[in-house]
Ligand binder design. Sequence first.
Ligand code: FES
Length: 114
Amino acid sequence: MTSVSLPLAEIVEGTATRVMVGDHAVCLVRIDDDVYAIGDVCSHADVSLSDGEVYRDDLEIECPQHGSVFSLVDGTPGTLPATQPVPVFDVVVADGTVTVSSSIRSDQRLENDR
Ligand code: FES
C-alpha cells in the first residue's frame, strides 16, 4: 500500500486537487476541514474529475466532459451518462496533514464484491 501526505492548507477549500498515490490518480476535495478522496478518472471516459465543479452542499463533483455527477462519499454517479462508480480511497486528516492511501475504502470493496 502506498500513501501520500500533504498539508491540509495546500488544498483550497471547496475545490478539487489531483494527486498521484502510487499508480492511482486521486481527486481530493476539501469541504471545510473534511477531505474526500475519489478516483480522479471518470468512469465514463478518460477525463479528470478534478477539473470539474464541486457541489459542496451535496458533496458531489461534476465531470467536466459530459456532466455526470459523482458522490464524494461513495463514488457513485447520480446522473448519466456514467453508470459505474469511481473508487473511494482511504483518507485521514490529522494535525493539519492529509494522508491518502492507495487502498480502496473497505465498505466500497464489499459493495464491489457483491
Ligand atoms: S467523461 Fe465523464 S461523464 Fe463522460
